[in-house]
Design a protein. Structure first.
Length: 164
């Protein structure tokens, strides 16, 4: 068994370090977005500097697809990938997934809101009021407009207005 340092790197592994949670997904998503259109996993790997294994890139793209952050379309024997969400949308998807996994949504949301800094709480209230105004105007589209293909995932104001 190989010894590892506190960051999980093997001795002599150079500047290797453990990535933060979601960091690799954010990097892959940024590479797909920067492509400006459909891109293959191989091209994503190149855009990231080629330091990742092709299978790692495929795994991350598949996970992003399952989360609704990228779309894929068959291109020969592989896929071409297109970004659907940005980094903020990806964070919102993670927040929503965490909330959906909890039994007492009201308690979780209450605790979340009561621990926000005043400026963040004020912003959240403004976003909720704006979303309420759009809903009252009879618009069926989520805040930000666009259909499902243009949706950047759940808006920040969507979680508190979920089941309730």
């Amino acid at each position: 068994m190989k010894k590892r340092d506190a960051e999980g790197a093997e001795p002599g592994a150079g500047s290797a370090r453990r990535r933060g949670q979601g960091e690799l997904e954010a990097q892959v998503l940024a590479a797909v977005r920067a492509a400006g259109g459909p891109v293959t996993a191989g091209r994503v790997r190149e855009r990231l500097g080629g330091g990742l294994a092709y299978t790692t890139v495929i795994t991350i793209l598949t996970r992003l697809h399952a989360k609704g952050a990228v779309a894929r379309e068959r291109a020969g024997r592989s896929f071409e990938w297109t970004a659907v969400a940005d980094e903020a949308g990806l964070a919102a998807l993670r927040m929503r997934r965490l909330l959906d996994g909890e039994g007492d949504r009201q308690a979780v949301l209450t605790r979340f809101v009561t621990t926000l800094p005043a400026d963040d709480e004020r912003l959240l209230r403004e976003l909720l009021a704006h979303a309420g105004e759009e809903g009252a105007a009879g618009e069926g589209e989520p805040a930000g407009g666009g259909g499902p293909a243009a949706d950047d995932g759940p808006a920040e104001g969507d979680a508190p207005t979920g089941e309730g």
